[in-house]
Design a protein around this ligand. Structure first.
Ligand SMILES: C[S@@+](CC[C@H](N)C(=O)[O-])C[C@H]1O[C@@H](n2cnc3c(N)ncnc32)[C@H](O)[C@@H]1O
Length: 441
């Protein structure tokens, strides 16, 4: 166990005293050991990118990497990291530039004690591709960081060096650098960060919507959406679902306890958390109306995960198997995500529909399993939760899909059922009928 205190920059340690771990803001989340603290720091570095918490340090004397010469301590730390990193000189420079905009990393370089730094270097080295993919898919301004840290590179003979660091070639390098920032930024605005996966070769690959029949296009990049989308016209196309529980048709299927279910207006019920009324349907799009538990909803939108390629399933050896890797520790019983997609009526799978499929589909149920109020189809739009793989092994399942009412909506949520560690694959159970209907298992 180490004590936690702040050290003045440059101040020598009193001889014989154990070197304290600094980074006080992180200490409360760890068990106090340097090994655990290094993991928490790694998570915080991912979080810096996710929340776009960037810092550009102004170093007093900047020199070419690998001798990033800020101060003597920092210089030797960066040298250790540089030696440990895999990849070419260019890859290493890009990686250090990416790290250099993370306030947590800067804090570690400046303050961390040797043991903590050694653990952190181990984590950074082992997760190099993952960190780079995560940072770049969140729009980290790494090229600007290279320019700031190594101005000589651009001043003396800019052209060859600039082209060394600007990467317009998609799929050329077998590393996360394979998609340029420009391409990523363009597509990120339209599709979202979890519409790319990290391949086993270390490349960033756009995720294309699957197609199971000739009527569906398979060259469309999937889109991230925060909430389910509802288009009444999609519901009008179909006959009323037999188990439809509401009186009116179509109506927004996620809105629960409609006050007019039998034609009599009733006051909407209150949220158990904030005690406000749930918004009535007409106010549904007004975020300031009704239940105000937005902080709660926001919490699971900040979860750090990454879509990565896992080994193919034995029954589908030629199919790329994307799954979800957690980039943070998650506690048992935490709600970690909402399954989002396009809301559709509970009709049979329509092979001619662009949005409908039976692979990325979950039902939303009312009071009972017979009351399927809609299905959520995530073929084209959804979020990371659609890449959660299935396992029959109860010991490996670490999440489950649950139907809950939060704010004024019925939602399919992903709930952690045990502690999940940084790096674990997130695995659930799809329900007994899923694979039978596809005859895949
Ligand atoms: C919701 S998606 C999960 C993400 C999927 N791995 C991907 O790359 O898009 C469900 C599909 O993943 C595959 N899958 C997931 N878990 C599986 C398992 N335990 N065994 C075989 N296939 C599985 C099946 O093809 C299934 O239809």
């Amino acid at each position: 166990m180490s004590t936690v205190s702040m050290r003045q920059e440059g101040e020598p340690w009193p001889p014989g005293e154990p070197q304290p771990v600094i980074i006080p803001m992180l200490a409360e989340y760890s068990d106090g050991t340097n090994s655990d603290l290094a993991k928490v720091m790694l998570e915080e570095i991912y979080r810096d990118y996710h929340s776009k918490r960037f810092t550009f340090i102004v170093a007093p004397d900047r020199r070419l990497v690998p001798v990033l010469y800020w101060q003597r301590d920092m210089r030797s730390r960066i040298k250790i990291l540089f030696t440990a990193l895999p990849g070419s000189q260019r890859d290493k420079i890009i990686f250090v530039a990416i790290l250099s905009v993370s306030p947590t990393f800067i804090e570690a370089v400046r303050w961390a004690v040797d043991e903590l730094w050694t653990f952190l270097v181990g984590h950074l080295t082992a997760n190099k591709s993952s960190i780079e993919f995560f940072a770049r898919s969140r729009g980290v301004p790494w090229l600007r960081a290279v320019r700031e840290l190594i101005p000589e590179l651009f001043r003396r003979n800019p052209e060859p060096h600039v082209s060394l660091f600007t990467d317009h070639i998609v799929g050329f390098y077998p590393s996360p650098n394979s998609i340029s920032d420009e391409v990523l930024h363009l597509n990120l605005n339209a599709h979202g960060p979890d519409t790319y996966y990290l391949s086993t070769a270390g490349a960033i690959v756009p995720i294309l919507a699957p197609s199971y029949n000739d009527a569906q296009r398979s060259d469309l990049q999937v889109i991230d959406i925060e909430d389910c989308t509802y288009d009444p016209n999609l519901f009008r196309q179909y006959d009323r679902t037999p188990g439809w529980p509401w009186q009116t048709w179509p109506r927004h299927p996620q809105i629960c306890h409609p006050p007019d279910i039998d034609g009599v207006y009733r006051e909407p019920p209150r949220c158990v958390t904030c005690n406000n009324h749930f918004a009535a349907e007409e106010d549904w799009n007004n975020p300031f109306n009704g239940c105000q538990c937005h902080a709660f909803v926001q919490a699971w939108k900040g979860v750090l995960v990454q879509i990565v390629e896992y080994p193919p399933f034995p029954d589908q050896p030629n199919v790329v198997n994307r799954g979800v890797r957690s980039l943070q520790a998650l506690g048992a019983n935490e709600l970690i995500g909402e399954y989002t997609g396009v809301l559709l009526p509970d009709t049979d799978y329509d092979p001619h529909s662009e949005i409908c499929d039976n692979t990325y589909q979950f039902g939303i149920y009312g009071e009972s399993e017979e009351h399927c109020v809609a299905v959520i189809s995530a073929r084209l739009s959804g979020n990371w939760t659609r890449f959660i793989n299935h396992t029959d092994d109860k010991d490996k399942q670490n999440v489950k899909f649950i139907n809950v009412q939060i704010m004024n909506r019925l939602r399919v949520m992903v709930k952690a059922i045990k502690e999940i560690k940084l790096g674990d694959e997130i695995l659930g159970h799809y329900g007994d009928g899923y694979f039978k209907s596809r005859q895949l298992l």
